[in-house]
Design a protein. Sequence first.
Lengths: 233, 248
Amino acid sequence: MNNLIEIEALTKKYEGKLALDSLSFNLSEGKIVGLLGPNGSGKTTLIKILAGIMKGYEGSVLIEGHAPGAYTKAIVSYLPDKTYLSSWMKVRDVVDMFSDFYADFDKSKALELLKRLNIELGLNVSKLSKGTYEKVQLVIVMSRRARLYLLDEPLGGVDPAARDVIIDTILTNYNEKSTVLLSTQLIQDVERVFDEVIMLKEGKIFIHDEVDNIRSEYGKSMDELFREVFKCL
Amino acid sequence: MLIKLIKYEIKACYTKFVAIFSLYIILAAVAILFLRDKDFIIQPFFAIAIIALAVITAMTLFQRFNSNLFNTEGYLMFTLPCEGNILLLSKLLTGIIWIGALLIIVVPSALLAYTMTGNNNLMGLVDKVFNHNGLLLGLVIIVYFIELILSILVIFLSISVSKLSIWRKFGVLAGFATYFIIDILNGVFVLLFTGKFRSLGSIGSVNSTDFQIFTVKSIIIQGTYDIALCILIFYAIAYLMDRKISLK
């Protein structure tokens, strides 16, 4: 399988602190990869660099052979860990905007998903509940036929029922040619979908392997292993 | 891509601008219809209303630039598949569109108010000032337009500089410092190379003989300098957006 992401000696200092410390790894296409680690371990920094919104790093970052920029933004679908839609927008405007800017956006799929989730197009995004807002963001992000999906804490702050909907949306909408890099601390809810896991500890890779290998090597689930490794932090 | 960005930029602000422009038109119409013979009210009214409108327009544009690019909305804007210069150009052109709309509304109403209060020789004043020189008048208008763009870019640059992570908690201070440094350098250039050209800003109060020193040559020097500075600042902002600024 081809490498979709190639990272070599990636180091990022942020406000005087070493956020990422000489990270090197590759990710091939067609995988759902869990990016795990405690707060401050560098998960969001890594995702922001891949999304092209964090600069000033050392080392090499390539997505489909290109450094983060206009080209990679056309093939990367990014869900940040915050609400990022303009407050003037209605759900319909969000769909139209993605349809206008991204050639890989499937508008009919987005409309179908929104209908299935009972989200009205005429609602203003600033009036949505947190859970509904996150569903809208996830729907538009997953309605792209992107090569790489970067999902930063997509399960954070939503109720368990909504989490199932979100996981289901991810699973049913990503395609076999693309890769999903999903950061979360709610490992138990989502570990069943991971093919690979990258565990970060203080800006370094602590574990990077296929989930089956990790389970057989450590004899634990990802959640149990995470709790054991990071219990003192 | 640029047209699409401008479309969404206009959609984001048009409600606010339509509301404030409509309010101005209504108030101006009321003033012109009912207070036309009260000079002591109508002149301060238009002065205050026009300044307020200009300030609100400018604040809206700069606030929009800041919040749309560098707050949480930046996560959407900076992940669109386009370069920083296209994003910046969309902001600049939208700003020019709104300022153009402001001028279309303000200039006729101000001229009407000016002539209504007994100053009915406006063209005579303009002729006197520019010594019947249409070329000079045309160049001054063009240079003022370029300076308007330059003013917007300087503030965009100051906002962008303030977002650099190297400043840590002193970003706002760095932004203000950038603005004042550029303003001072600009002032030095004007003093050295173009004489009193900038005093044209007080057109109504200047004696016509002062304008004899404003030659076509000095205005062309000023215009060329302004264009060069606009290009330099534009690419400096685009560079910061593409290579240096990281969203928090």
